[in-house]
Design a protein around this ligand. Structure first.
Ligand code: DQA
Length: 148
């Protein structure tokens, strides 16, 4: 079945609900995970939801994902703007990838305007808050369904 996806969250997203609520809202990371798992189940997706603060762990995770998952949703957080290693790992995945940001990175500091991964992913969502995760899950389900 073409229904296994992974949602990868980068550094500091474990502190959702506590950090910069004006940018990221007040929902906690655990609540976000619950919402994503619920929506995935509704849509028949088998979803893994993961967070790490460590760049190398994320690289390993992305590498190992290529044999296990049909699609990936990634909020690489601050590594979006800095990590060539994460970009290179994503290039090996070769299946649909959705880049996600809770905040509108283009409305914020200039160093956030550059994403090192936007040009290699399938598509992206930014600035729609936590709802972006739900929209990404719905979009990924449609992409995978059309691939069957
Ligand atoms: C973020 C935006 C990044 O610039 C920031 O470093 C994050 C979160 C977002 O979801 O809006 O940690 O990816």
């Amino acid at each position: 079945m073409n229904n296994k996806i992974i949602i990868i969250n980068g550094p500091n997203l474990n502190l959702l609900g506590e950090r910069e609520q004006s940018q990221y809202g007040d929902i906690t990371f655990d609540e976000l995970r619950e919402n994503c798992m619920k929506k995935s189940k509704e849509l028949g997706l088998e979803t893994e939801f993961i967070q790490s603060n460590v760049e190398g762990e994320l690289v390993n995770l992305i590498q190992n994902s290529r044999k296990k998952y049909n699609g990936m949703i990634i909020n690489a957080a601050a590594f979006t703007h800095t990590s060539v290693a994460i970009r290179d790992a994503l290039e090996v995945f070769k299946k649909p990838i959705i880049e996600l940001h809770i905040s509108n990175i283009y409305k914020r500091e200039e160093f956030r305007h550059k994403s090192l991964i936007s040009d290699i992913v399938t598509g992206g969502i930014f600035g729609l808050g936590i709802n972006g995760y739900i929209l990404a899950i719905i979009s990924m389900q449609k992409i995978l369904k059309n691939e069957n």
